[in-house]
Design a binder for this molecule. Structure first.
Ligand SMILES: Nc1ncnc2c1ncn2[C@@H]1O[C@H](COP(=O)(O)OP(=O)(O)OP(=O)(O)O)[C@@H](O)[C@H]1O
Ligand SMILES: [Mg+2]
Length: 275
């Protein structure tokens, strides 16, 4: 059996028709194989197509060209909730339902038999240390707790693949570090394949087996960095010189891309400015 979970082949994504002045080439010929059980981070300047790539892998839409295979089967713009779950930056819990009720809804939509709902929900909540809050409403939890629950909801569907788009971006640094440790433990315990988008260099190095550094738009793969450190990772890893070296290497690679992205986002300069 192949050890490849996700195979991204020559994916190009253009928003708008090629001849429209507002057309955007978001991804340009991106190819990448992601191994089963791997933790892969996408790192790159704002607008380089990270979310676009994640959404294509999740089957939210079909790319302009290229293909994506999940467990050897083409995705083709068809969501496949039995294989892939999403966790987004914003907590998307329904405020008028308790946590456990929110989970039951997610599991119902997933087509899971009702007899399994509560077992699965409680297992996932336990994995993130939130089992005792099952009967609470989202507004009774802090932002960090809500995001912890949000992560558990992605876990409770028990897919092999988890796609996470900046799941900790709204949290303070300490909370996101603790959640990062939880995620590293979860990976070691369950062997899930995780594709994770972040803007945090430390988070990328702490969590990843491989870091894909992308170029400014149109998004291409600039470099792939290997982080050879087993999961679960201890916070002591962050104190090692190797950790800072990897972080600095990522920053050096990203710096020019971020400048390029910022320049492209500014108003055009007058032709003879300063003359
Ligand atoms: N539905 C859409 N229609 C038109 N353009 C879009 C659409 N979605 C994204 N884009 C454009 O495609 C490019 C890539 O967007 P995407 O959201 O994938 O970037 P990103 O790397 O996730 O950025 P960020 O780090 O800010 O989240 C951007 O220029 C964005 O404006
Ligand atoms: Mg994004």
């Amino acid at each position: 059996m192949s050890d490849t979970a996700i195979s991204i082949r020559n994916i190009t994504q253009r928003y708008g028709a090629a001849d429209e002045s507002s057309a955007v080439l978001a991804l340009d010929d991106v190819s990448l194989d992601i191994k089963k059980g791997e933790f892969l981070c996408l790192l790159g300047p704002s607008g380089c197509g990270k979310s676009t790539l994640l959404n294509i892998v999740g089957g939210l839409f079909k790319p302009t060209s290229g293909t994506c295979l999940v467990n050897g089967r083409p995705v083709d713009g068809e969501p496949h909730p039995d294989k892939v779950a999403f966790v987004f930056q914003e907590s998307t819990l329904f405020p008028w339902y308790t946590i456990i009720e929110n989970f039951r809804i997610a599991l119902k939509f997933q087509g899971i038999a009702q007899a399994e709902w509560d077992d699965r929900a409680m297992r996932a909540l336990k994995a993130v240390g939130m089992a005792s809050f099952a009967g609470h409403y989202p507004e009774q939890l802090s932002v960090g707790m809500r995001q912890r629950v949000n992560m558990a909801r992605g876990i409770c569907v028990e897919t092999d693949i988890l796609l996470m788009d900046e799941p900790f971006a709204a949290l303070d640094e300490q909370t996101r570090m603790v959640l990062g440790e939880d995620l590293s433990q979860l990976l070691a315990a369950t062997g899930k394949t995780i594709v994770f988008v972040t803007h945090s260099l430390a988070e990328a190095v702490f969590l990843s087996d491989r870091i894909v550094v992308m170029s400014a738009r149109p998004g291409r793969i600039k470099t792939i960095i290997n982080v050879n450190e087993p999961h679960p990772r201890s916070p002591d890893f962050m104190l090692e010189p190797r950790f800072s070296e990897l972080r600095n290497e990522c920053y050096a690679l990203l710096r020019d891309e971020i400048r390029a992205a910022m320049a492209a986002q500014r108003d055009p300069q007058p032709q003879n400015a300063g003359a």
